[in-house]
Design a protein around this ligand. Structure first.
Ligand SMILES: [Fe+2]
Length: 373
């Protein structure tokens, strides 16, 4: 076994009713003023009202920034800054976009400067202010990762900020917050989690402890994601998917991701498509390409998916995306086919490609992207 390191900076409170622990977490630390970072969908779903009610009951002075957008832009993050000033704690309430926005905003309110100053690895100069993450989707794992993905529209790129200082202090993961998600969002975000797990287990930086988490996540997602898509009120399925998403987030915080995410980030940056959708499309194609670099791992993954061999495992992943109703090609998403080269170029620039177990030449990337159509 190769030596490895593993550190979880985030306290996790998990389970049905976990949101009710918000008061305890705030009280323990003496935090009396907060900014809730969220989006309008979360507000309309009535989830913001639940958090506001808790804060009022606790006499916590709070404000709300609901300007979070999908694939958060630098501008949408900076727009929250005036409201964040003077608040002790940020409470991110939403999917990956809300949590990533809050992470970047937290760095901004603590260190000043510009969001893109912290592009890349460990560029945040020091600890940030307090941050509590309350996910309302199950997939990104952002509640426990040191990563914020930020869109730079003028560059048509999704840029990673990766720093241990960005990880939330506390994650309150309450599966009841996901019951109102529509099937298409459940399916796409769930496939993001499966992509985290499968990629984390097969990168150049794979490691035994991340493997344990990833394997558990794969098994649970395979069993429970179709159930959660079929019946959003199936609380056991929702709980298992939320747990799997958390595990996959912990796994890829240490072992990182690869080719599927490189392609997904390029597509998200260019066309503002939902991240999970892009992952679901790219994952089986990336698995086929990477199979020869990690045959034993893919065999293991296949068994977790109830399949006899690696090829059948990959076919199972593809079938799963079909069963849960996700698009099967970029054509269905109206991505223009003449953009193949452009997508491939951007995917090759994405940091995730550094961890991919098999080298990807420009020609290979072009061929892979073409397959997605
Ligand atoms: Fe992802």
């Amino acid at each position: 076994m190769e030596p490895f390191s593993f550190q979880l900076p985030t306290k996790v409170v998990f389970g049905v009713g976990a949101l009710g622990n918000l008061g305890t977490e705030l009280d323990e630390r003496g935090w009396r003023s907060a900014l809730i970072v969220t989006d309008k969908g979360v507000r309309e779903a009535g989830l913001l009202a639940r958090v506001e009610e808790l804060l009022r009951a606790l006499n916590v002075d709070y404000a709300v920034y609901d300007g979070v957008v999908p694939n958060p832009t630098v501008r949408s993050i900076e727009a929250g800054l005036p409201l964040a000033r003077g608040r002790e704690v940020l409470i991110a309430l939403g999917g990956g976009s809300a949590i990533d926005t809050a992470k970047a905003l937290n760095a901004l309110r603590t260190h000043g400067g510009h969001v893109l100053d912290w592009e890349g690895h460990e560029a945040v100069p020091g600890p940030c202010g307090p941050l509590i993450a309350v996910p309302t989707t199950a997939g990104t794992g952002s509640e426990v990762t040191p990563i914020a993905m930020v869109s730079a529209p003028e560059r048509h790129q999704k840029v990673p900020l990766v720093s241990r200082h960005l990880a939330p202090d506390v994650a309150l993961v309450d599966p009841t917050l996901t019951v109102s998600l529509p099937p298409a969002v459940t399916a796409a975000t769930g496939m993001d989690a499966l992509t985290h797990a499968i990629e984390a287990a097969t990168t150049l930086t794979e490691q035994p402890l991340a493997d344990l988490l990833a394997f558990q996540a794969i098994e649970r997602l395979h069993e429970f994601l179709p159930r959660a898509v079929r019946d959003g009120r199936d609380l056991e399925a929702r709980t298992q998917v939320a747990f799997a998403s958390l595990l996959a987030g912990m796994a890829f915080s240490h072992a990182w991701v690869g080719l599927a995410h490189a392609i997904a980030h390029a597509l998200g940056g260019l066309y503002d498509l939902p991240h999970g959708l892009c992952c679901a499309l790219a994952l089986p194609v990336a698995m086929e390409y990477n199979l020869e670099a990690k045959p034993d791992k893919y065999q293991r993954i296949a068994r977790l998916l109830g399949q006899p061999d690696a090829e059948a495992g990959i076919a199972r992943v593809r079938a799963l995306t079909r069963e849960i109703g996700l698009p099967q090609s970029l054509r269905e998403l109206n991505v223009p086919e003449h953009d193949v080269e452009r997508i491939a170029e951007l995917a090759l620039l994405d940091g995730s490609i550094l961890f991919n177990p098999r080298e990807v030449t420009p020609e290979a990337m072009t061929a892979l992207v073409r397959k997605l159509f």
